[in-house]
Design a protein. Structure first.
Length: 124
């Protein structure tokens, strides 16, 4: 409900050409998933795989963070909830205010383009 109210999708620009594009052929979710597995290097599929790896990494970091805080700072089962609350609030604030401000100022496409370019990934 929060995302629906505070993070609405941007309105789509009107088509620059007279004809609307034809709808893609209908396929099942199973077919779409198999296509992603079958051709992982396609641009859209690569984005999906990057997202999957990122989400898995985030889930691992949360568990490791709890163990690290326990060993280094003496955080207990009763106090670890504060850390998760802080990280959640910062994540929501980041999505609502910071990303929203960048999107309004520069537009969604330009905001995404401001991320690291491929040439900077290869740099030593």
């Amino acid at each position: 409900m929060f995302a629906w109210k505070w993070l609405p999708e941007s309105p789509r620009p009107p088509y620059a050409y007279a004809q609307r594009p034809t709808a893609p052929s209908r396929r099942t979710i199973k077919q779409a998933l198999w296509e992603i597995v079958e051709r992982p290097s396609a641009p859209a599929h690569r984005v999906i795989w990057i997202y999957v790896v990122g989400m898995l990494a985030l889930n691992v970091v949360i568990g490791v963070m709890a163990l690290y805080f326990k060993d280094v700072y003496g955080v207990t089962e009763q106090t670890i909830g504060y850390f998760f609350t802080i990280f959640g609030v910062v994540g929501v604030a980041h999505a609502v205010w910071l990303v929203g401000w960048f999107n309004q100022r520069f537009g969604e496409i330009r905001t995404m383009q401001m991320g690291p370019s491929r040439s900077s990934w290869a740099s030593p």
